[in-house]
Design a protein around this ligand. Structure first.
Ligand code: GDP
Ligand code: PGA
Ligand code: MN
Ligand code: MN
Length: 583
C-alpha cells in the first residue's frame, strides 16, 4: 500500500532512507491488522496474554523499567525564537534539535518494521478535527493508537484530501534515557520522539499533537486545545449541562468524566465525552463548544475498583491493554486499590516480595471509549457540545477549598493561571511537591504561557463575553492532620457538580469571599453523606493568611514571565490581594 498524496509519499520515503527499516507497513486500522499485530507481539514478548477466561482479549505490556512516565526534562518546544516557547518549556534551536535527533534516528529501524499510522483527532467528519501521520517502529504504538484515535483508511483519505497534517516521527531507539528526546516543532507541524515507548511520549496523537502542537495552532486560529475532560451532567429534571475540567495528570480527570452517582442522588446521569483533552471553539452565536479529539482512554490503573468507579472497572474487564500492572497467581491483572486477589508477580515480572507497590503507580490501561457504558452519543457530533462550566483543579492537601466560583471570565483566567498541584507519578521526578501548573498545561502548552494567558483573556472579550461559561476551581484532595482525605471524592463529587450546575442556572446561593464565590454549608447537598459539620466547614473555609501567601507566590510566578504577562491578569491579582487586605 502507499498513498496518492505526493508530499506524504516523499516524507515516508525520506524517513525510511534515514531510519533503514526492514519493511514498511501502512496501517489501515482493520481488525485483521490488529489481530496480526497482537499475535506478533505475543510471540516477541512485547505483550503477555492475561487470563482469557476472566479477561478476554486483555494483554499486559511490561515497559523498560526506566521508561514508565512522561519525561518533562527531555521534552522540548523548538520554536525559531526562544521567547515564543517561554519559560514554561525547555527550548532548543530547531536546527540543532533536528540535527540531534536525526543522528539518533539514523539506522534506528534496522531489523524492524516501520509502521505508517494515519490518524484523525476528533470525529472524522468534524471541521474541528485535525489529522496527523505517525511513523513508528513500535507495534505497541500501533495497537494503542488504534484505540486512542480514529486511525486507518478513513483518516488517510481525509489527509490526502486536505494535504495538511502533523508529521510525527517516533522510534523506541535503544530506550536509553541518555538518548531520549521528545521534540516539537510547532512552526513545522512536526514532532520527533526517540528513545521511549511510554504512552505520553510515544502515542504522538495525544500529548504531542493534541496538546502541544494543537495549542500552538489554536492560538493562531482562535481556539483552545486544553488538558480537559469533557462530560455531560444530566439532572433529574432531564436538563444536561456540559462541563470541561482541567486537572493535572493523575488528579482525577478520568474518574470525574466517568462518575457513578451515589445512591443518595437518584435521577442524576453522567455522560462521558472525553477524559483527557478538549478542543474548544466559540461558534457563530458566541457559544463555546468542545470536542474530544481522542477515541479511547489511556487511564491510571491504581485506585480503580468497583466501589471507586464501577464504570471504569467494568470497562477494563475485556479488550484492554494493561501497561505495567502486577499479575495474580492465575494471571489476572492486579493493582493497588483493586481490593480483591493477591499479586504474584510485580510490574517488572519479578516474584512479589511485599516491598512497595506491586503495580507501577503510573500503570495504565488503554481501552476504546466505546467500552465505556456511559459514553455520550454526542461524542461523535462534528459540532461538539456547548459548555456551561469550566473547572480548574488540583491536588492540594491544604489552602484550596473544595470548590469556589470565579467572579467573571478574567478572574477565572487568573484562577487557572495561578493553579498549583502536588506532582504525581505521571511524570518522572519527585512526587508530592506543590508546583504551579497553569490550567494543568505546564507540561503541554506548546508556547509561552504569558501569551497563552493573553489568548484566554482575548477569547472572553468583545461579543463573546455574555455567553461564556462560568469558571470554577475544585479540590478533592484536602487532607486532615493525619493525612486522611477529608472529602470522600469519586461519586460524591457529584454533590459539587450539582452546586455548579445550579449556579449556572442561577438557583444556588454562594457567599462572596476575597478569592471568589463559595457555597455556604447549606448550599451543598450532603444528604446521606455522614459528614460532620466541622469537616464541611474546613472544606469550605478560606484562610486569609494562607491565601495572602498564595497570592504572593502567584505574583512571583507571573514575574518569571516578565513583561509579556497581560496587565489585565496582574490587575485581577491586585484585586484579590486588595480584597484579602480588607478581610
Ligand atoms: P487523571 O490522570 O487526571 O485522569 O486521574 P484519574 O481519574 O486517573 O485518577 C488518578 C488517581 O487519583 C487514581 O488513583 C484515582 O483513584 C485517584 N482519584 C481520582 N478521583 C479521586 C477523588 O475524587 N478523590 C480521591 N481521593 N482520589 C481520586
Ligand atoms: P492523565 O494522562 O492526565 O490521565 O494522567 C496522561 C498524562 O497526562 O500523562
Ligand atoms: Mn493527561
Ligand atoms: Mn486520565
Amino acid at each position: 500500500m502507499t498513498t496518492s498524496n505526493a508530499s506524504l509519499k516523499r516524507w515516508v520515503e525520506d524517513v525510511a532512507r534515514l531510519t533503514q527499516p526492514d519493511s514498511i507497513h501502512w496501517c489501515n486500522g482493520s481488525d485483521a491488522e490488529n489481530s496480526a499485530l497482537i499475535e506478533a507481539m505475543l510471540k516477541s514478548g512485547d505483550l503477555i496474554k492475561l487470563n482469557q477466561d476472566t479477561h478476554p482479549n486483555c494483554y499486559l505490556h511490561r515497559s523498560h523499567p526506566s521508561d514508565v512516565a512522561r519525561v518533562e526534562h527531555l521534552t522540548y518546544v523548538c520554536t525559531r525564537n526562544k521567547e515564543d516557547a517561554g519559560p514554561n518549556n525547555h527550548w532548543m534551536d530547531p536546527i540543532e534539535a533536528h540535527r540531534k535527533v536525526d543522528n539518533l534516528f539514523a539506522g534506528a529501524m534496522k531489523g524492524r518494521t516501520m509502521y505508517v499510522i494515519p490518524y484523525c483527532m476528533g470525529p472524522i467528519d468534524s471541521p474541528f478535527a485535525r489529522c496527523g501521520v505517525e511513523i513508528s517502529d513500535s507495534p505497541y504504538v500501533v495497537v494503542n493508537m488504534r484505540m486512542m484515535t480514529r486511525m486507518g483508511d478513513a483518516a488517510l483519505k481525509r489527509i490526502e484530501r486536505e494535504d495538511k497534517y502533523v508529521k510525527g516521527l517516533h522510534s523506541i531507539g535503544d530506550l536509553n534515557p541518555d538518548r531520549r528526546f521528545i521534540m516539537h516543532f510547532p512552526e513545522e507541524l512536526t514532532i520527533k520522539s526517540v528513545g521511549s515507548g511510554y504512552g505520553g511520549n510515544a502515542l504522538l496523537g495525544k500529548k504531542c499533537h493534541a496538546l502541544r502542537i494543537a495549542s500552538f495552532q489554536a492560538r493562531e486560529e482562535g481556539w483552545l486545545a486544553e488538558h480537559m475532560l469533557l462530560m455531560g451532567l444530566q439532572s433529574p429534571e432531564g436538563k444536561t449541562h456540559y462541563v470541561a475540567a482541567a486537572f493535572p495528570s493523575a488528579c482525577g480527570k478520568t474518574n470525574l468524566a466517568m462518575l457513578v452517582p451515589p445512591n443518595s442522588m437518584p435521577g442524576w446521569k453522567i455522560w462521558t465525552l472525553g477524559d483527557d483533552i478538549s478542543w474548544l471553539h466559540v461558534d457563530d452565536e458566541g457559544q463555546l463548544r468542545a470536542i474530544n479529539p481522542e477515541s479511547g482512554y489511556f487511564g491510571v490503573v491504581p485506585g480503580t475498583n468497583r466501589k471507586t468507579n464501577c464504570n471504569a472497572y467494568d470497562m477494563i474487564q475485556r479488550d484492554t491493554i494493561f501497561t505495567n500492572v502486577a499479575v495474580t497467581e492465575d494471571n489476572q491483572p492486579w493493582w493497588e486499590g483493586l481490593e480483591t486477589g493477591k499479586p504474584a508477580l510485580d510490574w517488572q515480572g519479578k516474584p512479589y516480595t511485599g516491598n512497595g507497590p506491586a503495580a507501577h503507580p503510573n500503570s495504565r490501561f488503554t481501552v476504546s471509549a466505546k467500552q465505556n457504558p456511559i459514553y455520550s452519543t454526542l461524542a461523535d457530533a462534528p459540532e461538539g457540545v456547548p459548555i456551561s462550566a469550566i473547572l480548574f483543579g488540583g491536588r492540594r492537601r491544604e489552602v484550596a477549598p473544595l470548590v469556589y466560583e470565579a467572579r467573571n471570565w478574567a478572574h477565572g483566567v487568573l484562577v487557572g493561571a495561578g493553579m498549583a498541584s502536588e506532582t504525581t507519578a505521571a511524570a518522572v521526578g519527585q512526587m508530592g511537591v506543590v508546583r504551579r501548573d497553569s490550567m494543568a498545561m505546564k507540561p503541554f502548552a506548546g508556547y509561552n504561557f504569558a501569551d497563552y494567558f493573553g489568548h484566554w483573556l482575548k477569547l472572553g472579550s468583545g461579543k463573546n463575553a455574555s455567553k461564556l461559561p462560568k469558571i470554577f476551581h475544585v479540590n478533592w484532595f484536602r487532607q486532615d492532620r493525619n493525612g486522611k482525605f477529608m472529602w470522600p471524592g469519586f461519586g460524591e463529587n457529584l454533590r459539587v457538580l450539582k452546586w455548579i450546575a445550579d449556579r449556572c442556572d442561577g438557583r444556588a446561593e454562594a457567599i462572596e469571599t476575597p478569592i471568589g464565590l463559595v457555597p455556604r454549608k447549606q448550599d451543598l447537598d450532603v444528604s446521606g453523606l455522614n459528614m460532620d459539620a466541622s469537616t464541611l466547614e474546613t472544606l469550605l473555609s478560606i484562610d486569609p493568611a494562607a491565601w495572602r501567601q498564595e497570592i504572593d507566590a502567584i505574583g512571583k510566578y507571573l514575574d518569571e514571565y516578565g513583561s509579556r504577562v497581560p496587565s489585565q491578569l496582574r490587575e485581577e491579582l491586585k484585586g484579590v490581594a486588595k480584597r484579602l487586605e480588607a478581610s
